[in-house]
Design a protein around this ligand. Structure first.
Ligand code: FES
Length: 144
């Protein structure tokens, strides 16, 4: 057997050794690709849901509700509708407190107005807000 024949046999062997792998890969793609009808039913937009963060009675008593990074206060202009904010300061992530009618960050002194807008730097962005509703005496905020 000369050198050329040996090389051609190796080439054929290499080619055929990859055929099973290639066939397996193709069959796996077909098995995991969802059908168009399945895809259509799973691509709907997520619905927002609400979760309770406390009672209206507690909000009235304490003037605020704190739960899982959310701070709820009463809207002075519309006392029946609470306002909910993410209590994470937009400067560097400390937790703001509700004091004397404004949000105060204990870390670097940023102050936010009752609507979440910046009153005093170093924060530049307002506090993030949540949609709020009241049902059966409970304050509910939208999950994002
Ligand atoms: S983290 Fe709030 S002012 Fe810096």
């Amino acid at each position: 057997m000369n050198r050329r024949k040996v090389l051609s046999w190796f080439g054929l062997g290499w080619l055929f050794s990859g055929v099973p792998t290639l066939l397996t890969a193709c069959s796996n793609d077909q098995a995991t690709t969802p059908s168009p009808s399945t895809t259509a039913t799973t691509t709907s937009a997520p619905k927002s849901s609400f979760r309770a963060v406390g009672s209206v009675a507690q909000l009235e008593k304490d003037g605020q509700l704190k739960a899982d990074g959310v701070l709820v206060i009463r809207d002075r202009n519309n006392p029946t509708t609470p306002l909910a904010f993410n209590s994470t300061c937009t400067h560097k992530g400390c937790t703001v407190d509700w004091k004397d009618g404004e949000f105060v960050c204990p870390c670097h002194g940023a102050v936010f107005a009752p609507d979440g807008s910046v009153r005093k730097k170093p924060a530049k962005e307002p506090l993030a807000t949540y949609a709020v509703k009241v049902e059966n005496g409970q304050v509910l905020i939208a999950s994002k």
